[in-house]
Design a protein around this ligand. Structure first.
Ligand code: ATP
Length: 235
């Protein structure tokens, strides 16, 4: 198991947002987390990446207890989060944004090789490497946000709503990129409102409702599950 989350409880002030989450991700998998707005999907990702401390439960990565580890140390261990909303540094160029993604690395050759790898994966970013990130299209900004996460050589990529606000054609292209990244050996935990596309891409999935996991199955079975179809796939 690459990632193992056990009985995770998270509070925002007095409000309990996660009520005992259990989830596992094996090496090489794409795992999708589905659920309505406010179910706790982003909270789960932020807790794994060390941005929020849980009040109870544990998070193991590569058999290491990372439950109380802070964000930058989690990145250094090989977990990168691409937050919701294509957060890029809009007044910096594409290249500068990517350089910032390599903040945990010191070996210049390794950084350059990674940059080239990213440019092969996202040729559009190479063409626009000197352009200010704020002037990229929505889809290009999402590609940049993902590429920046990849600069740190993660083994596990946490992706929060990569398709949010993108036109269908761009959604397709982003999902194809995620498939390519996974084929290169990266494990992916993906939070998505676009449940159908996510389940077509993923090997397994979890369904969250108000701070709990209510269902866990292979992506194929979730796609056929009548309750999932009714609630998340439009019948
Ligand atoms: P969405 O799909 O809308 O992004 P989500 O499943 O990712 O939703 P979360 O963002 O994890 O859900 O939110 C879970 C719950 O925690 C919600 O009830 C939300 O209002 C609450 N919450 C999230 N962030 C905070 C915060 N900073 N302070 C207080 N409550 C919060």
């Amino acid at each position: 198991m690459l990632l193992s989350v056990k009985d995770l409880f998270v509070n925002y002030g007095n409000v309990e947002a996660l009520h005992g989450i259990n989830l596992n991700v094996r090496e090489g998998e794409i795992v999708a987390m589905l659920g309505a707005n406010g179910a706790g999907k982003s909270t789960t990702l932020m807790t794994i990446s060390g941005l929020i401390n849980p009040v109870k439960g544990s998070i193991f990565y590569n058999n290491m207890d990372i439950t109380t580890m802070q964000g930058h140390d989690v990145v250094a261990q090989g977990i990168a989060q691409v937050p919701e909303g294509r957060r890029v540094f809009s007044t910096l160029t594409v290249q500068e944004n990517l350089d910032l993604g390599a903040f945990t690395m010191t070996d210049k050759d390794r950084i350059n090789r990674r940059l080239e790898w990213n440019f092969e994966l996202f040729p559009r970013l190479k063409e626009r490497k000197d352009q200010l990130a704020g002037t990229l299209s929505g889809g290009e900004q999402q590609m940049l946000a993902i590429a920046r996460g990849l600069m740190a050589h993660p083994k596990l990529l946490l992706l929060d709503e990569p398709s949010l606000g993108l036109a269908p054609i761009l959604v397709k292209s982003i999902f194809e990129k995620i498939k390519e990244i996974n084929a290169e050996g990266l494990t992916v935990l993906l939070v998505e409102q676009n449940a159908r596309a996510a389940l077509k891409l993923a090997h397994r999935g979890y369904v969250m409702e108000v701070g709990r996991i209510v269902l866990e199955d292979s992506a194929d079975k979730l796609l056929k599950n009548p309750d999932v179809r009714k609630a998340y796939l439009g019948g």
